[in-house]
Design a protein around this ligand. Structure first.
Ligand SMILES: C[S@@+](CC[C@H](N)C(=O)[O-])C[C@H]1O[C@@H](n2cnc3c(N)ncnc32)[C@H](O)[C@@H]1O
Length: 275
């Protein structure tokens, strides 16, 4: 069977998938870029490649994201390995990196911590793009996520630059003063977790109790003891949490300033707390 015939039959048998998605899966099965598919429509395909393609199609029908199928995701111009133990980095989280980079420019040898590091995308993108000395710490409650983050750090040339620690929020972090705290902790509710496109991602990376605030609420109580005199805290949030979070912050950090930043879709996505 050639490429064209195989694709035609896959398009008609998988009406829920976009033709481009199906093309990408075939490219993946052949270990080629999608352009190859378009340029080789008459190419006869071997049985193992066809079997691999059919397996990928079945996975895609079960809502497996392409990033898990191919094993990586681009974030902030870098390639991060991903697997079922880590959340797939989202483009909107790049906002945290941009803001963090702006802030650390002004500080000499800043101490930085990333809570709930997952694939390590935030702290690694930060360390790769900050040309000046800094101390980097990253935590996660999942040892498997930390292993992936460490691998990403090493593959991206940052061996030993970032310290990775298994910790439930700040529990295992000795008290010290951080200039910058970044966190994209789970913030979804049970209801939001039903969304089909996120079914294959780790529940532990997404769910945060009834109101989605379980972790940020706990964190905000502990944070004051860990802050340098001048600090910046960047939290990724759900737009609906704005008002509740604002009052939680006012309780824990009454002297701080608060700003909300919108993502490219125009939704409030990041909360900036600073002094
Ligand atoms: C939404 S994901 C974010 C991952 C990554 N920072 C990113 O932006 O793609 C949240 C991460 O927090 C971790 N996590 C969940 N509960 C935690 C806790 N109590 N303490 C530390 N990390 C936690 C999860 O394992 C997951 O890796």
């Amino acid at each position: 069977m050639n490429t064209q015939v195989l694709l035609k039959s896959a398009y008609s048998q998988n009406p829920k998938l976009l033709p481009q998605e199906i093309d990408q899966l075939l490219a993946l099965a052949l270990h080629k870029k999608p352009e190859y598919i378009y340029k080789n429509q008459d190419k006869e395909l071997l049985l193992p490649a066809i079997k691999k393609f059919n397996k990928l199609l079945r996975r895609k029908q079960q809502n497996y994201p392409l990033a898990y199928l191919r094993g990586y995701q681009e974030f902030y111009g870098l390639k991060f390995l991903v697997n079922k133990n880590v959340l797939i980095p989202r483009p909107e989280s790049e906002l945290l990196v941009e803001q963090a980079l702006k802030f650390i420019k002004k500080i000499k040898n800043p101490k930085i911590i990333d809570l709930g590091t997952g694939s390590g995308c935030l702290i690694i993108a930060l360390a790769k793009n900050n040309p000046r000395p800094a101390e980097y710490l990253a935590t996660d409650i999942s040892i498997k996520a930390l292993r992936t983050a460490k691998t990403n750090s090493r593959r991206l040339g940052l061996k030993n630059k970032i310290k990775f620690i298994k910790s439930n929020l700040l529990n295992k972090i000795p008290q010290q003063k951080f200039d910058l705290i970044i966190a994209n902790l789970p913030y979804l509710t049970f209801q939001q977790l039903k969304e089909p496109s996120i079914q294959q991602e780790p529940r532990q990376a997404l769910l945060a109790g009834k109101d989605g605030l379980k972790y940020y609420q706990k964190l905000l109580k502990k944070l004051p003891a860990y802050l340098a005199e001048k600090y910046l805290i960047l939290l990724e949030i759900d737009p609906k949490q704005k008002n509740q979070l604002e009052s939680l912050i006012q309780q824990s950090l009454p002297n701080s300033k608060i700003q909300f930043l919108k993502d490219l879709a125009g939704n409030i996505r990041v909360i900036k707390i600073f002094k």
